[in-house]
Write a protein that binds this ligand. Structure first.
Ligand code: HEC
Length: 144
């Protein structure tokens, strides 16, 4: 199930890391950060699972019709509005949720993104309009 996503993600992260001139997060304005984050989100196809509006998919994800992708907009109740930047970064990079529990392995681990890439990606997610949409949790497929 990773095969379609992983080479794509890896090819992309190498190109994003090499293109940054001022990559320390403090030196990037929010608007610039959001822009860069959008590019990273597009390259890594986050919306293919989480939906074009990032409010999740209640009807499964590509290749896994029985696994829903959660709402990752900043809605406090149904999205990740209550998560800290660190919690979002950990979910994206290492596949753990806001309580430190492992997410389903169908959520790729974007471990090769740089600190700046992840900060920009989080800035972008926070910039997406919050959508109140409750996505029912699904069972993880068994890990092979
Ligand atoms: C192959 C489909 C897929 C792709 C691509 C994907 N995700 Fe996910 N993501 C998921 C699934 C499924 C979960 C839920 C896992 C679980 O419930 O254990 C998830 C969980 C998350 C979470 C935790 C939210 C929560 O409430 O548990 C965040 C944040 C997240 N993804 C962000 C991203 C970002 C940012 C990208 C792009 C860099 C991305 N995802 C790409 C499928 C995907």
């Amino acid at each position: 199930m990773f095969l379609a996503v992983l080479p794509f993600a890896m090819a992309c992260s190498s190109s994003t890391t090499s293109s940054s001139s001022s990559s320390d997060a403090g030196g990037t304005t929010n608007a610039a950060s959001v822009d860069l984050g959008k590019t990273i989100a597009t390259k890594n196809a986050c919306a293919s699972c989480h939906g074009a509006d990032y409010a999740g998919s209640a009807s499964g994800i590509p290749g896994n019709p029985n696994v829903n992708a959660p709402n990752v907009t900043s809605d406090e109740q149904t999205g990740v509005g209550g998560w800290s930047d660190e919690q979002l970064a950990a979910a994206i990079r290492t596949g753990v949720d806001d309580e430190g529990k492992s997410l389903c392995s169908v959520m790729p681990k974007f471990g090769s993104l740089s600190d700046a890439d992840v900060a920009n990606l989080v800035a972008y997610l926070r910039s997406v309009p919050a959508v109140s949409k409750d996505i029912p949790a699904t069972d993880c497929p068994a890990v092979k």
